[in-house]
Write a protein that binds this ligand. Structure first.
Ligand code: PEP
Ligand code: MN
Length: 342
C-alpha cells in the first residue's frame, strides 16, 4: 500500500503513520517529495488494511501498489529515477557509466595492466571476478581472496571503484572490504538468501538477469535487496537463452526501455556474455548505449588468447580507448553524459 500524506502533514503525523505500520509487523518506506511525503507499507495486506490509515491525521489517501515488485516499481519515488553515486561517479538519470575490466582476476600483471588501460580510456569503474561461477566444477574458480587483494591494489593505483561478484554469503565480509558494487551473477539471480544478505549490507548491487528469467523475475530479485532498505540497485541485461544458436545468448535490448518504464532503477547492459564473440561486442554496446542504457559492463583483457576464462569474447586492451569514445558518443545520442575519469 502507498500512503499519500497531505501537504500539510506534520513530522508527528508521518511518524505516527510509520509507527502504526510497524506495529503490525509491516515495513514502512517513507519517501519525501518536494510537495508531499508518501509512505510505502510493505507487508501483510490484511494487517495493513485493518489499520484503516485513511482516517489518520495527515493522511490524504491510501493507494494500492498493484505490481508485485512494490519498491522496484518506482511508485513511491515521485517519478524520480535512482541515481547512484559510487565513489563520486554517478550512474542513472542523465549519467552513463562504462564499467570495464577483465572477466576474471588472473594475475597481478593482467589486472593492473587492464586497470590502467581502462582508467586512461575514461572508464567509470573497474570490473573483475575473484569468485567465478563456472559451469564445470573442474574449471578455474577464481583467485578468491588473492583476487580481491589484487583488485584493491588496482583501485589504489587508478582510483577506479570496484565491481566484483559475490557467489556465497560466507565471502561477504572480504568482498565488502574491496567492492564498491557487489555483482550478483546471472546464476545467482534467484538466490534469495544471498540477495537479502547483500541488501542488509547496504553496499550497491548490480543484479544480472538470469539466463531464462523474465523481467518480472529480475525485478523481484531487486525487490529482495530493496526490501532490506538498500536502494542502491542496478539491473543488468546480459543475454538470455532463446532458440537461436548462432551466438551464445540473445541480448534482449527491448529490456532496456521496458525496464526503465517499469522501474526507477538504473539499467546496465553486458554485451560480452550475450555475444560470446569479441567482434559483436562493439555493435551491441553502441546499440545498448543508444537505446538509453545507463551503463555498459564490458570485459577487457591484455591478451585474450591466453585468458583463463571467456577469452573469445573479451575486448583487447589495444583499441579500448577508441571503443570507449564511440560508446560515449552513442550514450550522448540518448542524452546521457559519461563520467570520464580524472
Ligand atoms: C561475469 O560477469 O563474468 C559473469 C560470469 O556474468 P554472468 O553472471 O552474466 O554469466
Ligand atoms: Mn566473463
Amino acid at each position: 500500500m502507498m500512503i499519500v500524506m497531505k501537504q500539510t502533514a506534520t513530522e508527528d503525523d508521518i511518524r505516527a503513520v510509520i509507527d502504526r505500520i510497524e506495529s503490525v509487523g509491516a515495513r514502512a518506506h517513507p519517501s519525501r517529495g518536494d510537495e508531499v511525503t508518501v509512505i510505502g507499507a510493505i507487508g501483510d495486506l490484511e494487517h495493513i488494511a485493518r489499520l484503516e490509515l485513511e482516517g489518520s491525521a495527515g493522511v490524504d489517501r491510501v493507494v494500492p501498489i498493484l505490481k508485485p515488485y512494490k519498491l522496484a516499481s518506482g511508485q513511491l519515488k515521485h517519478g524520480e529515477r535512482t541515481v547512484l553515486d559510487i565513489g563520486g561517479r554517478k550512474i542513472g538519470g542523465e549519467h552513463f557509466a562504462l564499467i570495464a575490466g577483465p572477466c576474471t582476476v588472473e594475475s597481478r600483471d593482467q589486472t593492473l595492466t587492464t586497470a590502467h588501460v581502462v582508467a586512461q580510456a575514461g572508464a567509470t569503474m573497474l570490473r573483475g571476478g575473484a569468485y567465478k561461477p563456472r559451469t564445470s566444477p573442474y574449471a578455474f574458480q577464481g583467485l578468491g581472496q588473492e583476487g580481491l587483494r589484487l583488485l584493491a591494489e588496482a583501485k589504489e593505483q587508478t582510483g577506479l571503484p570496484i565491481v566484483t561478484e559475490l557467489m556465497d554469503a560466507r565471502d561477504l565480509e572480504p568482498v565488502l572490504e574491496v567492492a564498491d558494487v557487489v555483482q550478483i551473477g546471472a546464476r545467482n539471480m534467484q538466490n534469495y538468501a544471498l540477495l537479502s544478505e547483500v541488501g542488509r549490507s547496504g553496499c550497491p548491487v548490480l543484479i544480472k538477469r538470469g539466463l531464462s528469467s523474465t523481467l518480472e523475475e529480475l525485478l523481484m530479485a531487486a525487490e529482495y535487496v530493496l526490501k532490506e532498505g538498500n536502494e542502491a540497485v542496478m539491473l543488468c541485461e546480459r543475454g538470455i537463452r532463446t532458440f537461436e544458436t548462432a551466438y551464445r545468448f540473445t541480448l534482449d535490448l527491448t529490456a532496456v526501455p521496458v525496464l526503465k518504464e517499469l522501474s526507477q532503477l538504473p539499467v546496465v547492459v553486458d554485451p560480452n556474455h550475450a555475444a560470446g564473440r569479441r567482434d559483436l561486442v562493439e555493435p551491441l554496446s553502441l546499440a545498448a548505449a543508444a537505446a538509453g542504457a545507463d551503463g555498459i559492463i564490458v570485459e577487457v583483457h591484455p591478451d585474450p588468447e591466453h585468458a583463463i576464462c571467456d577469452g573469445p569474447q573479451q575486448l583487447r586492451t589495444d583499441g579500448f580507448a577508441d571503443y570507449a569514445a564511440r560508446v560515449r558518443a552513442a550514450a550522448a545520442v540518448a542524452g546521457k553524459a559519461a563520467f570520464v575519469g580524472a
